[in-house]
Design a binder for this molecule. Structure first.
Ligand SMILES: [Zn+2]
Ligand SMILES: [Zn+2]
Length: 423
């Protein structure tokens, strides 16, 4: 039996992979405009990193991590998200000391052991951004603006920004008290996990996917009503700067994100077409994480967008992006002609022309059919006759017009013509 890929992990190939490339390319361009630098971290980290940052009592750490011992028995985990690794790397290399570096991005695969379904995979990919070193609300707004602008630029227009504040440790404890008081009234009705969470980590009850738990938390107290003066001011300023970007947003009182390290601003971007998994991404502020991971006390804010989810939304909202069409398709008829074609093709490619060539010495008819499948407009045909005359035939597949070009001028003439057309 043939070996297949692991469940929930996909091969990505054409024509879809070209859409991936365009999304990644767009992200890189937009990151550059905002001054983000790429930071590539390993896919494997010590398990401890995620347990400490994401939180022991989160679904991610409890149920969803790919964790295993290496040959020496050290526990390793395939990264389930990017922030923890990025923070670890920034601390390890003291990147917070470099004045020109405060904004980081990463694009790559993440791993979570979940039941695969539409928009949820065991290997999934994220575009991730982190801004390090500032508490200022203007940064929160800018980060959210980046995400909204990115969605707009790749062609997703009907997304919604949902936002909440989770407060700071100071205002979190009175909130926690109010929340626990409320949750305990329904103690008997919660699922087993939530029954425990009420006492260990009550905020996590908001993440529960069980229907009856979701119903109960609808009436739960709002964090915004418990914010301390500083957090309230911060949140108001975030909204003020968001208004300046002309992003529209909705307050979502029960948005808490499934990770423990967030404080103050938390946000999600919701897009239609995703069903229950309707967030294409989200993020927030995590001012305590650097210290938690043994670094200096540095505030930070960031977000991640799921590429697979963006693709689902894109598929439903706009036509497929077009894949690259060769500038020239070359048809060789006979071995001698193939030798000549081969060197012309390499010469043209060196001059930045995209050339496709029939490698099999098939009939003219069958090679023309293949050229047509590629969507090539220009086809260069060389056979025994042409070789004898020292020419090649250039055929325009749209106008059906043919012309002869002297073999020793083929390269120059084609480069000129193709570059002129693409201008
Ligand atoms: Zn506070
Ligand atoms: Zn529950």
């Amino acid at each position: 039996m043939a070996i297949t890929a692991i469940k929930g992990m996909s091969d990505i190939y054409s024509p879809e992979v070209e859409v991936w490339q365009q999304i990644e390319e767009k992200a890189r361009q937009l990151f550059a405009r905002f001054g983000f630098r790429e930071l590539r971290t390993p896919i494997l980290e010590k398990t401890e990193l995620f347990a400490r940052s994401i939180g022991e009592d989160t679904d991610i750490v409890q149920k969803e991590m790919y964790t295993f011992p290496d040959r020496k028995g050290n526990m390793l985990t395939l990264r389930p998200e990017a922030t923890a690794s990025i923070v670890r790397a920034i601390i390890q290399h003291r990147l917070y000391n470099v004045p020109t570096m405060g904004k980081f991005f990463a694009i790559g695969p993440m791993f979570r052991y979940e039941r695969p379904q539409k928009g949820r995979y065991r290997q999934f990919h994220q575009v991730d951004a982190e801004v390090v070193g500032s508490k200022e609300p203007v940064v929160d707004a800018e980060v959210m603006y980046w995400a909204m602008l990115f969605l707009e630029e790749i062609g997703i227009r009907d997304s919604e920004l949902h936002i909440n504040s989770l407060g700071c440790p100071e205002c979190r404890s009175p909130f926690r008290e109010r929340l626990v008081k409320y949750l305990r009234e329904y103690e008997e009705s919660f699922c087993k996990d939530c029954g425990r969470r009420i006492y260990t980590n009550p905020l996590r009850v908001f993440d529960c996917k069980v229907e009856k738990c979701k119903e109960i938390v609808k009436g739960a107290p709002k964090v915004l009503d418990s914010l301390c003066g500083e957090c309230k001011k911060h949140f108001e300023k975030v909204l003020f700067f968001l208004d300046k970007t002309r992003c529209t947003y909705k307050l979502n009182h029960h948005l808490v994100r499934g990770l423990d390290y967030y404080n103050r601003t938390a946000f999600e971007i919701i897009a239609s077409g995703l069903g229950a998994q309707n967030a294409v991404g989200g993020g927030g502020r995590y001012d305590g994480l650097f210290k938690e991971l043994g670094g200096p006390d540095i505030p930070a804010v960031g977000f991640a967008l799921g590429i697979e989810r963006l693709l689902i939304v894109l598929k439903e909202s706009s036509p497929q992006l077009k894949i690259g069409v060769p500038d020239l398709y070359m048809i060789a008829l006979g071995e001698k002609a193939q030798e000549v074609c081969f060197s012309i093709a390499q010469g043209l490619r060196k001059k930045e022309i995209y050339v496709e060539m029939g490698y099999e010495l098939k009939s003219l008819k069958s090679q023309m059919r293949r050229a047509d499948k590629f969507g090539a407009v220009h086809v260069l045909i060389i056979g025994e006759n042409e070789l004898e005359k020292g020419i090649a035939i250039l055929r325009n597949m749209v106008t059906k017009k043919q012309s002869e070009i002297a073999l020793d001028e083929v390269e120059n003439i084609l480069v000129e013509r193709i570059k002129k057309e693409s201008e």
